[in-house]
Design a protein. Sequence first.
Length: 192
Amino acid sequence: MTPATNDFQALLAETGIDYTPTPDFVTCPVRENSVFRYQHAMRSPSGHLETCYRIDAFARLAAEREAARAGMEVLSSVDLGRMVSANFMALVLNLSGGMFAEPTVFRPETAALLYGADWSALAFMRLASHELSADHDAAYVLAIHKNAVADIFVLGLFNDVGGAFRGEAGNFDINALPADVTSYLAPTVRFA
């Protein structure tokens, strides 16, 4: 196991998140980049979809903030539980360069049913740069939030071979997504 994989396993245990790897997917290396920090990645059997997982555990973030605070009351006053939608949109904007399909924010009862969560959202986009992956030109971001526990971000990297993105932002056809994306879009993480 790599240090990132060990950290991912520790985060799962600390946050009570159930993770079931997708059958036939293989673990792939975590790539250092400045766009999306993550702890674990898996690749589909065809290699056409790579899923990257990031868990932001609130207990760890609170401890990091406390250590960094050193007299900065403003920093410590930010409620971590209210940051998920802003972090989600920042991630989507950074990945897409501002060109993305309208995000779907799930109803609270849907987030609870699917993910054992309090909030969840999904967005699809073309990647603005190849820093994260030279092999893919499109992505989706799934954000899953559980109050007082953690935020999970699942990034799916793929190639838009079916032409799901047509021209300007907003011209997105979910029915034109590649087969790997539609087959494996359901995440393998859930709050217990």
